[in-house]
Write a protein that binds this ligand. Sequence first.
Ligand SMILES: [Zn+2]
Length: 202
Amino acid sequence: MEFYKDIHKITNPDSLNVLVNKFNQFSEDYIPKDLEKIAPYFNPEGLQLRHDARIAFEDMAYEANKEGIHLRAISTYRSYYYQWKVYLNNITPYISIEEYRKVRDKVSARPGHSEHQTGLAIDINDLEQTFANTPEGKWLTINSFRYGFILRYPKGKEAITGYDYEPWHFRYLGRELAEAVYFSNMVYDQFYSLHLDYNRMR
Ligand SMILES: [Zn+2]
């Protein structure tokens, strides 16, 4: 399975269960219509999520806070063009684009392929794999599905997702679907193609 080959244009961009990965791409001009700022206590910079994800994140962070768990949003919605900049952030004149892609693809999405363009993805607290061992990382692993979020890029699934382990990156799917994905032990790419890919079912 070669990533970024046989790419499909996303046809249901506003769906809460939309699948974005290295085979499914958003158009350049897709911007969610219901982006809202997260409450300043959980993100003072005014980062935005789609309405349902914003409510769910605040609810989760508020409940976690009662247990001494402090959750802060550090990256949420990103436009196509912002992702373009993020992807090319580390480029230098001394490396070919092919070499750059090989390294960069493991940690950063190409424009149109970032789950952050959905407005339903959120990076929480920090961008280090050691986050998994913090009380916050552990709490999220066990509890996030109850609020409608799943860990999108788990450890040991790199060959399927195409991304290194990201214990900080969560995707909002709604409670029902998040719970089903959580207990399936599948990554969302697998779950989607098995249960939600209507093109394949037809
Ligand atoms: Zn992320």
